[in-house]
Design a protein around this ligand. Structure first.
Ligand code: AMP
Ligand code: GLY
Length: 440
């Protein structure tokens, strides 16, 4: 039977999911809906409907209209809004967690308390508050640096870390100025971050290669936090600063979490910090990362439609196979992003030319659109991340060169890119950092 896949979400991550569905051998027709029109997804889909992706009724109506047989949900906010549960009520299976299970991401107090109650490894010192004054007093009296987090969703921009991004006074002022009452305050972790995304259904927890994202806006990890400026993965499951034991520990944590959640399905994203004391959990997400999906899905050789079908039908997930290639993803955001972004730059990436450039490195180059405005005479930037370029090659170094060559073709006028993502110098700095932490 041919599947009718409904994709919800219109960013770079969802463009990568659309491509995975498009490349699948299992017969499938793709329909897409999101709050913003993504021209890359629209090109791959039978139809692209612009609707409020956080409105369960709107998504359900569209799913019924197109006769969806499986849904893929990219972003976190539809999960929180109960889109998966609403689809289930009309017998449309979504390969994504229900609202209650998505709390592992959408409620940061629940996340830490759940880890504590179930003795999930990788726990850290934390305290939860429902009053901002109490939270501020705790921050001021805490012996050491902290991370302060609003309990709810903030698009990756809500956390402040003292001793790194801000002083204690600045963290307290930030908390008092915000509209949040509920906070988690936790010990500041020092180390290198990595992401591991697992595909979960039934008893299966199948991991994909580790990825490192770059959340800070400017080169050298300076500036405000963003949704993520770029990311890389290696040809193996580990990043160059990790050992196999670190990957095994990440898997153990993900398995323990799924086990305790009981009914989880979809992608479980673990954000980890490799510290001097081992692997610690920074957070969980109930979905693919953006940008990380753009590293993972292009090297996933397993049929993505078959994978979702198996999950829906209660069969074991197919074994995951990944091309043994490295990836480097670089986002192009509008100039001034994220503080004072200037929209309206015409985006000119020639995909044919990109592939030619990549072939010089025996690799591949992919383009994923995120937030753009498609007009009659072309595609223009808005005030959010516009598009991502992904280089795929045998080594991180070559994948980085591919990504840069493609960006070079596009020109950098009106755009902000972190050119340091995936460079030899930055990767070496990560290796040196971990060696220093481990005391060699
Ligand atoms: P989150 O929204 O939880 O992913 O946090 C965003 C970013 O804040 C993370 O990727 C980390 O870089 C940083 N962060 C969060 N929690 C901590 C922590 N406990 N210690 C140090 N950095 C943290
Ligand atoms: N890359 C971070 C996130 O998707 O939350």
């Amino acid at each position: 039977m041919s599947e009718t896949v409904l994709l919800v979400g219109g960013g770079g991550r969802e463009h990568a999911i659309a491509r995975a569905v498009d490349e699948a051998e299992e017969p499938a027709t793709l329909y897409a809906c999101a709050s913003n029109r993504n021209p890359g997804i629209a090109r791959l889909a039978e139809e692209f409907e612009t609707l409020d992706e956080n409105d369960p009724d709107a998504v359900v109506d569209y799913a019924l209209e197109v006769g969806a047989t499986i849904a893929a949900i990219g972003p976190e906010s539809p999960l929180q809004a109960g889109v998966v549960d609403a689809l289930e009520d009309v017998d449309v299976y979504a390969f994504a967690p229900r609202e209650e299970d998505a709390r592992i991401e959408t409620d940061k107090a629940f996340q830490r308390e759940f880890m504590e109650a179930n003795e999930i490894p990788g726990r850290i010192d934390y305290e939860t508050f429902d009053d901002v004054d109490d939270a501020c007093n705790y921050v001021e009296s805490y012996d050491g640096d902290v991370a302060v987090k609003p309990v709810g969703l903030t698009g990756g921009k809500g956390v402040r870390v003292t001793g790194d991004q801000v002083t204690t006074d600045e963290a307290v002022a930030y908390m008092r100025d915000s509209d949040w009452d509920d906070w988690v305050v936790e010990e500041r972790l020092v180390g290198e971050e990595f992401t591991v995304q697992a595909f979960v259904a039934g008893d299966d927890v199948l991991v994909s290669p580790a990825v490192q994202d770059h959340k800070r806006a400017y080169e050298g990890d300076e500036g405000p936090n963003t949704g993520g400026m770029g990311s890389y993965s290696d040809a193996s499951f580990q990043l160059p600063f990790m050992t196999e034991a670190d990957s095994v520990e990440a898997l153990r944590i993900l398995e323990a979490t799924v086990d305790a959640l009981e009914d989880y399905r979809g992608v479980l994203y673990g954000q980890f910090m490799l510290t001097a004391e081992g692997v610690k959990v920074v957070e969980f997400n109930a979905r693919f990362g953006d940008p990380e999906a753009m590293n993972t899905l292009p090297v996933l050789e397993t049929d993505y439609v078959e994978l979702m079908q198996a999950a829906r039908d209660g069969r074991p997930l197919p074994e995951l196979e990944f091309a043994e290639q490295a990836t480097v993803c670089k986002y192009a955001a509008p100039e001034g992003y994220p503080v004072d972004p200037k929209a309206g730059t015409k985006v000119a990436v020639d995909e044919e030319r990109a592939r030619e450039v990549a072939s010089d490195y025996d690799g591949d180059a992919l383009l994923f659109y995120a937030s753009v405005d498609e007009r009659d005479d072309g595609i223009y930037t808005t005030t959010s991340r516009a598009f991502a370029v992904v280089g795929v090659a045998d080594t991180i170094s070559d994948a980085e060169a591919v990504a840069e060559a493609v960006l070079d073709e596009a020109g950098d006028e009106g755009l902000h890119v972190r050119h340091d993502v995936g460079t030899d110098a930055l990767v070496q700095a990560r290796i040196d950092h971990v060696q220093e932490l481990r005391g060699n």
